[in-house]
Every structure is written in structure tokens, then in C-alpha cells.
Design a binder for this molecule. Structure first.
Ligand SMILES: *Cc1c(COP(=O)(O)O)cnc(C)c1O
Length: 225
């Protein structure tokens, strides 16, 4: 169970936060301009608590069922932790996601706007919402097509949802910078401040190009089983 080794975990965390701080400094951004989300999918509660003890306060999960199994107890013990939903969200799970999460990064279609609007109605502290963009034209990954982004944002607005940013996962095994730059451009065009982009292999590049939220899993927890 090397994943739970507190010494290793804190070493990995220091490595990631140092690199993030160095990158931010290099491009003249404030050290706290980028929120580090520890992606804890498939990771144990023990491994998660090790990172909480080391100071991490933002975590990401990509499956509602797994989130419901792990997080109600964790959030009860650590009420200052913020949970981010980063996976494909079924409309019939929107209420569960809204209940547990501080942010949802995967709003990508009108039917989910409807479901989220209903789930958020009357909620005193609704989650931050990011629209996921299919930045590399890979529909299997989820995300709204670039050409449909304006329409979806307008629809969300008409339903009373406040969208705070854009999220994307660029194609594997190619230079991600152009995709990050494109997402930043789209966010600027739509006057959205949030940019959820960057993972273990490319969070420094993403931070250079304006990311406000990096979603880092294996670089913090070690490789997933
Ligand atoms: C798993 C996952 C991540 C983290 O991936 P790593 O390569 O382990 O950092 C980030 N974003 C999304 C949407 C994911 O599903």
C-alpha cells in the first residue's frame, strides 16, 4: 500500500506544489492563482486523508457512485474540504452531485442544464459550474462541440445557471499547449474567468496558459491501479 505512505505522499505533494508555484512565478501569476484539485478517483479513504493531513483542500471525483461511497463521511470529518465533480454526469445523478460538490466541471449539454437548474433551485450555495468543451473534437470524451458552446452558455443563462468557467481534456499524446490556448481564448470570448485544465502530465503548461484549476491525480497519489 505505497499509496498511503504519508512520507511519499507529502513528497509528491511538495513536488507538485513547488512546480506549480515556480510556473506561476515564471509567468507573473500569483501563487494562489491556480487551485490544485487532487483527483482521488479509485483512491482509498486512507490515501485521501493522508493528503488532507498534508494540507490539500480540493479533491476531484469522476463517478457519482464512488463519490457517494467515499465522501459523505470524509466531508463530515473535514468540512473545509471542497469536492469537485469532473466526470461525465448523468442527468438523473445531478441532484446527488449538487448535494455533495462545491463545483461541477462537466456541464456539456442542454438536458444537464435542465437537471442542474432543477437540482440547484432554492439551494443557498450552488456549486460552481464549468462547461466542458470538446476541445480536440473527440466526442467520446464528452464536452460540448466548440461550435455549440455559445448556444449552451446562452441556454444555461436562460435557465438561471451561473457558469464560472470552461473545462477541457486535450487529446492524449500530442502537445497540449495549443488546446489550452484555444480553451483560454474561448473563455475570454465569453468573459468567463475560470479555466479547468491541466493534469499530471501537463499542469505546468496549463498553468502558464492561464489555468485556474488543475486536476492532478497520479502525480499526487502515485499511479492508479
Ligand atoms: C483522471 C482525471 C484527471 C487526473 O488525471 P492524472 O493524469 O492522473 O493527473 C484529470 N481530469 C479528469 C477529467 C480525469 O478523469
Amino acid at each position: 500500500m505505497t499509496h498511503d505512505d504519508p512520507h511519499k505522499a507529502s513528497e509528491r505533494l511538495t513536488n507538485v506544489t513547488d512546480r506549480l508555484a515556480r510556473t506561476a512565478d515564471l509567468v507573473g501569476r500569483k501563487g494562489d492563482a491556480v487551485t490544485l484539485i487532487a483527483v482521488s478517483k479509485t483512491q482509498s479513504v486512507v490515501a485521501i486523508e493522508t493528503l488532507i493531513a498534508a494540507g490539500v483542500r480540493d479533491f476531484g471525483e469522476n463517478r457519482v457512485q464512488e463519490m457517494q461511497a467515499k465522501w459523505p463521511d470524509l466531508l463530515a470529518r473535514h468540512p473545509d474540504v471542497r469536492l469537485h465533480f469532473i466526470g461525465r454526469l448523468q442527468s438523473n445523478k445531478a441532484a446527488e452531485a449538487v448535494q455533495l460538490c462545491d463545483a461541477i466541471h462537466s456541464l456539456d449539454r442542454r438536458s444537464l442544464v435542465d437537471a442542474l437548474a432543477k437540482a440547484i433551485e432554492g439551494n443557498a450555495s450552488p456549486p460552481d459550474l464549468f462547461v466542458q468543451v470538446d476541445i480536440g473534437d473527440e466526442p467520446q470524451k464528452g464536452g460540448v462541440a466548440i461550435g455549440d458552446l455559445g448556444d449552451l452558455l446562452g441556454y444555461a443563462n436562460s435557465k438561471g445557471l451561473v457558469v464560472s468557467g470552461l473545462m477541457a481534456v486535450p487529446p492524449l499524446d500530442v502537445e497540449p499547449a495549443p488546446y489550452f490556448a484555444l480553451l483560454a481564448k474561448l473563455a475570454a470570448e465569453h468573459r468567463l474567468a475560470g479555466l479547468s485544465m491541466g493534469m499530471s502530465g501537463d499542469f505546468e503548461t496549463a498553468a502558464m496558459l492561464g489555468s485556474t484549476h488543475v486536476r492532478v491525480g497520479s502525480a499526487l497519489f502515485g499511479a492508479r491501479d
